[in-house]
Ligand binder design. Sequence first.
Ligand code: DAK
Length: 259
Amino acid sequence: MEFQFILVEPNYAANIALISLNRPKELNALNLQLMLELKQALAELDGQDEVRCIVITGNEQAFAAGADIKQMESKNPIDLLKIDQFETWDQIRKTKKPIIAAVSGFCLGGGCELAMTCDMIIASETAKFGQPEIKIGIMPGAGGTQRLTRAVGKALAMEMVLTGKFISGEEAQKAGLVNKVVPVEVYLDEAVKLAKEIAQLSPIAVRLAKESVLKAFDSGLQEGLFFERKNFYMCFASEDQKEGMSAFVEKRKPDFKGK
Ligand code: DAK
């Protein structure tokens, strides 16, 4: 897969793939082309059985400093309607395989929204998370007011969204936004390690479990529990369930085939 603004590196031996946002001079600002490429790459990887977990990263300086302000500056609502970027973001959100964001440096605006669209976030000690849209006369538009609030609670989300203040990786972890904060030298290794760990599990169970956790965000408890129950039953239709349980009983390592 060849793209202009992202690099895609599948590691089929480890059943994972790495996507790097690659507009370093612009701090990985998310222009329309980059987002289309990301959508396309994720769709492609989501369809490959050899890939079981995906890592999205930027570079040490920036995960992404937001949507491309220079590209947005002159737009009116009808331009935005026609571009329909939400379609691209929705498709990214619908990726079935787990996605881990490996974040270092600036993770702002649409960049923070992209990281929050991922399933887990590993941050470096130099990461800076923020929704600074308010400072350029707009507000978050790709889920920032909703996902950030669910992750860190009203008090901090309101402060970040209304003032544009950044929080560090450590603060983000304390607030529940990120899974782990590690030194900058190892943040990507940590994310890859986590991806490899998940890639060794049953991809069917992982997919159904991801779906079920996400369901908690847009359903009441009863509906969510019902959804979870159906997915739990579904696991028992897989060979992986038999393999996982036999391996436990036989005291050996399971070999999950994704069947
Ligand atoms: N867009 C375009 N270019 C950017 C950029 C951005 N968001 N952020 C940085 N750059 C560019 C700078 O313009 C500069 O380019 P040159 O001037 O050298 O050509 C280069 O990257 C380096 O940036 P700085 O010189 O500013 O570097 P500093 O270290 O001094 O400052 C900074 C770093 C991250 C604090 C600063 O660059 C900054 O404040 N950047 C903007 C952060 C921001 O406001 N982000 C939110 C953007 S609005 C939607 C989906 C998503 C969104 C909306 C709708 N739909 C689905 C409809 C999202 C909106 C946003 O994210």
